[in-house]
Design a protein around this ligand. Sequence first.
Ligand SMILES: [Zn+2]
Ligand SMILES: [Zn+2]
Length: 180
Amino acid sequence: MATETNDLGPLPKRITGGCLCGKITYEIKFPENHNFAESSGTCQCTQCRKSTSSLFFMYHRVPYSSLTWTSPSLSTHLKNYYCSEGRARGFCGDCGTFLYWRREAGPNISVAIGTVDPLYLFGEGHEATNGEVPKEGFGKALAYGGGGHEWVKNEIKGVTDDLKIVGAGKDGRGERVLTE
Ligand SMILES: [Zn+2]
Ligand SMILES: [Zn+2]
């Protein structure tokens, strides 16, 4: 079952994020009708595992037009790796942080959820935001996993095959590849 939006806690209007060294930063302003419940997911394909150095690629998918790169000299630091044609895997050329997967001909970008700033992910520093960000941040809205879970056939039995985040998606048992 897809997660109802009202199960996700407060929904952000905007978030910021970036790489570990700080040379790449971004801001996302969510569209009015953004479906938080169906925009977060995971991929366990070998490409995503190698690329993210983790068992999961955990992402939140947004329209590319809603993302603004806010760091200067972006082109100096942002690198794209193409494992398959037209599919960009973005990372920081200085610190190595993996930032996104994107089909360049498509309208969306799948932002690596771990690059969201801690303020928005779990509320670190929320006191200074005058109520813009709640105490617990927006982590559940951003990362609950109610969207697509791509390529679950690479699940590791007893480790990644029974996690709540994968079960949350309505296509949690599907075997799809990232297509947009
Ligand atoms: Zn960096
Ligand atoms: Zn993948």
